[in-house]
Structure formats: structure tokens, C-alpha cells
Design a protein around this ligand. Sequence first.
Ligand SMILES: Nc1ncnc2c1ncn2[C@@H]1O[C@H](COP(=O)(O)OP(=O)(O)OP(=O)(O)O)[C@@H](O)[C@H]1O
Length: 255
Amino acid sequence: MSASILEAKGVAKRYGKFSALTDVNLRIAKNTVHSVIGPNGAGKTTLFHVLTGTLPITAGNIVFDGHDVTHEPDHRRVKRGIARSFQVTSLFTNLSVRENLRLAAQGVDSKRALNAWKPPRGALEHRDTVDGILERLALQRFASTQASALSHGQQRRLEVGMALAARPKAIFLDEPTSGMGIDDLDDMKHLIRSLRDDYTVVLIEHNMDIVMDISDTITVMQQGRVLVEGEPARIRGDERVRSAYLGNMITGGRA
Ligand SMILES: Nc1ncnc2c1ncn2[C@@H]1O[C@H](COP(=O)(O)OP(=O)(O)OP(=O)(O)O)[C@@H](O)[C@H]1O
């Protein structure tokens, strides 16, 4: 079994009296694409919030890269190497693609600059980071293009790039393909698959074709609990998964 980057045990999250997550156990192996799927309201986004530190946990514990991060705020988890994709709305639409990425790369270093033991990275190092990301996103030709002039699919790839600029170990993507046309879907699929070589990807995705195609492991959630977990072939054939989705669309299309 390959080494894990994240292990969550007994995770619970309550909103008042409502239990959005109950006893969730999750082990995410390094350099894999691990998808979290499930019907609307299953608790996928809440799980992301709790794992990335956007929301405090009610019970349980989370270990990331050997560190107990259960009660760490999100900015500390960013430093540990957890990145979450930004929303389109957080792109600087009046700046170029390159400027967006440069700001994201510098953003991580603003705190580093206050730490005398870790000097801030230089401009050259940022340029290398940004160039590498532009290539990975297949957006080199658009480096000087204003973000507002990109297609929807390109903007969504740039969001992923903004998260990569933080040089994370694991990247959390929440529905990166939502609202995309068919060509953009393919580009995003290739991008996510390529990320696995250098990062660990945790993905919430409703498009089952993509999930089945690019995931190493799939965790299926239902009503705040893990229903079943396994490789795509196993999930596709699982009766419990079919009935969780009322028997439809698990073999293709949107869940
Ligand atoms: N801030 C909140 N206060 C109270 N209940 C909430 C809150 N946020 C989410 N919930 C509830 O928690 C449950 C899980 O929601 P969550 O958004 O995590 O599900 P999801 O699987 O991501 O759904 P979707 O696929 O529709 O995005 C839902 O019943 C939702 O109504």
C-alpha cells in the first residue's frame, strides 16, 4: 500500500443539531487522484471545508503529511502544503494570466518574508514557478492576456494554476469542470491527470465520465457518511452506489 499524505479519522461536523458528517474515515495516498462523489447534500463540500481548515471540526482528527492539523487554521494548512482551487471570482480579471500567477506565488511568501530563518524566494524563482505552471496549464500563449479575456474553461484552468502557485503537496479541487463545454472538459481532464505526477489531487466532481476515467480511488458519500470506497471499476459495479444515485447515471454523464 502506498504512503498516505492525509489520514482523517472519525471526522464529524455538525451545523447546530444537524450532522453534516458522521464518523468519516479517509486515507488519501500520495500521488493519486482521489475523488469524493455522492448525491447532492451528501457532505462532500463540508468534508473539503473541514480537511482544508475552512471550517472547524466537531470531532475526529486529521493528519496531513505527518502533522496533526486537526485544529490548525487554513493558512497554517496552506503552509503545510494543502491548496484549494480558487473560484473564478477570485481571479484578478483586469490583470494578465502571468500577473495572476505571480501574485498567487508571492502571496504564499508574504508570511515567509516575516520569518528571518526562511528568506523570501527571489523574483527569478517566482518566474520559474510561473513558467512551469503556464506550461502545465497549456496557457503559455495567453501569458500576457488579461484574465477576463480567457474562455470559461481557460479561467477554470487558471484557478487550478493559482492553487499550484502555492507549491502545494495536495490540491483540493471542488467541481473544476462545472459549466464547461466538451473541449474544455478534455483539457481539464488532462490537466488533472498530469497533476498526479507531482501532487496529490482530491477532487469533488459530478461528471461521472471524468471521475471514472481519472480517479485512482473513489470515496462515495451519502448522508454525511462514507458509503463505499474503492477503484473506479469496483464503484461502478457497486449496487449500493447505484441505489444511492437512484440507479441512474453512474455509468456516464452527470450524477
Ligand atoms: N452552513 C450550513 N448550515 C447548516 N447546514 C448546512 C450548512 N452547509 C451545508 N449544510 C447542510 O449539510 C449537508 C451537506 O452539505 P454539503 O454542501 O457538504 O453537501 P455536498 O455533498 O457538497 O452537496 P452538493 O453536491 O449539492 O454540493 C446538506 O444537507 C446541507 O444542507
